[in-house]
Design a protein around this ligand. Structure first.
Ligand code: SF4
Ligand SMILES: [Zn+2]
Length: 321
């Protein structure tokens, strides 16, 4: 009976309690070492390939606890200690090559002072002086004067990546993100007026939207909305299971895994808008396809479209005729 009540609440509007009680173990992380870092290439706003160093910082877990999020797995349950972020940046930069852009992704909100202590800002800014572009992630409702002041002190330009996720009116409230499309519009207006660049993270197949065709259409509509708001770059992320509640939602029929066909279609249509850069997340996308004949070639095509921002000829296979 208790379990049934829990399922009803998960179906109607999951809250932080539902989400957290279904979580598997978090990973063991060290606050002095980033949990991952890498070097990649990405087109800049002019279409030129830029070299990017990405550091996945270990810090305090995000306060929002969204339904589909699994980033908490590599976070701390306590405040990020002062000075730890600086040690992590030093650790990664000592091992990474030169680059023109840097992403500091902290699995939370860069401008939440519990996640990135304000006393670390001068040290972070010092370490980033040589970068032309600094990209951080932040919830739209946490974009205020601290972003503007941080941008003014950087040698390069600040870009803030924000999860818009979806503008579907029934789905967005169920993501526990405490965000509306109007909040997003307001944040982009503020950042745009302050000459801060923006990218949006947009989900393909968020939970609570289970028709594949509707999923493609709502992802595309969300990309259009983000560009209308003035973002420079849309990054489309296929929603994956793996955080506990997503597995339960899948069993309940409230989440379906996206398909590679759907990711390809929404990418092609979003690029064709020519409103700004469009990227798709190709990390660990094996779960989108069960065809060993074409998967690698199709993944490679998506990577090429990310780099060139140009349509590439589709890969035909028996599975997608
Ligand atoms: S705001 Fe971002 S980091 Fe925070 S819980 Fe939601 S998806 Fe995860
Ligand atoms: Zn195939």
């Amino acid at each position: 009976m208790k379990w049934n009540t829990a399922l009803i609440s998960i179906r109607s509007m999951p809250d932080s309690y539902d989400i957290k009680k279904l979580r598997p173990e978090r990973n063991k992380v060290n606050p002095e070492i980033p949990y991952h870092f890498l070097h990649e290439e990405e087109p800049d706003e002019h279409g030129n390939l830029q070299q990017v160093n990405t550091i996945f910082l270990t810090g305090k877990e995000c306060a929002f606890e969204c339904t589909m999020c699994d980033l908490w797995k590599n976070t701390l349950t306590t405040l990020t200690p002062a000075g730890a972020i600086l040690k992590q940046i030093d650790y990664a930069l000592a091992r990474l090559p030169k680059a023109t852009a840097i992403k500091l992704y902290n699995s939370s909100n860069f401008f939440d002072q519990k996640a990135i202590p304000i006393s670390d800002y001068p040290g972070i800014i010092d370490r980033l002086q040589s970068y032309k572009k600094v990209i951080v992630e932040n919830h739209p409702n946490l974009c205020g004067n601290a972003c503007v002041e941080f941008n003014e002190k950087l040698g390069g330009t600040l870009e803030i990546a924000m999860g818009l996720e979806t503008i579907h009116p029934d789905v967005l409230p169920k993501l526990n993100k405490k965000l509306t499309p109007e909040d997003f519009r307001e944040a982009t207006g503020f950042l745009g007026r302050n000459k801060i660049q923006m990218r949006a993270f947009i989900l393909l197949n968020p939970p609570f939207l289970t028709d594949q065709r509707e999923n493609i259409e709502w992802t595309f509509k969300t990309v259009q909305f983000a560009f209308e708001c003035g973002v420079d770059c849309c990054s489309i992320i296929p929603t994956r299971p793996g955080n506990g509640i997503m597995e339960v939602l899948k069993q309940m029929g409230e989440y379906v895994t996206p398909t590679l066909d759907a990711l390809e279609e929404v990418f092609e249509r979003s690029l064709a808008l020519q409103q700004g850069r469009v990227l798709v997340d190709t990390w660990d996308i094996g779960f989108l396809s069960d065809c060993p004949q074409c998967f690698e070639a199709r993944k490679h095509r998506l990577e090429q479209m990310n780099l060139t921002q140009q349509f590439q000829q589709p890969i035909n296979c028996n599975c997608n005729y």
